[in-house]
Write a protein that binds this ligand. Structure first.
Ligand code: CO
Length: 134
């Protein structure tokens, strides 16, 4: 049976990175590891490690992304929770077998990882991302 190893990251949608850092970095004291332009996701992402996990601030660079729509509708906020799993293909098969609705039936391959999203309709309203580090 595929298993969850840890929370890889929690992603927070933000309209303005500098404004968001006033809380996350300056007040709360999280360290910014790096800020990355992620063209495939049409966003800039601020990576802030917390123990073995990370907080990621996701700032859309285009208006036609899911995160941009999320910000437009709700003004930003917690966007998704990412679990690192030992076997993403096994986990997707396991979830499908249990009747869980998936956004990605097969994992997307990115440098260093495979990923897939689980539909919030099946997860009490939380967009869940799955990662397998490869
Ligand atoms: Co993510």
């Amino acid at each position: 049976m595929a298993t969850v190893k840890k929370i890889n990251h929690v992603a927070i949608a933000v309209a303005d990175i500098e404004a968001a850092l006033v809380f996350w970095r300056d007040a709360l004291g999280l360290e910014v590891d790096h800020i990355e332009d992620v063209p495939s996701q049409k966003s800039k992402v601020v990576f802030m490690p917390v123990g073995e996990s990370e907080v990621e601030l996701v700032n859309p660079t285009s208006t036609d992304t899911g995160v941009a729509k999320f910000i437009e509708e709700r003004g930003g906020g917690m966007h998704h929770l990412c679990f690192e799993v030992d076997d993403i293909d096994g986990m997707l098969a396991q979830l499908k077998f249990k009747g869980v609705r998936l956004i990605n039936e097969t994992p997307l391959e990115l440098p260093g990882r495979k990923m897939a999203f689980v539909h919030p309709k099946s997860t009490n309203g939380v967009l869940v991302e799955l990662y397998q580090i490869i």
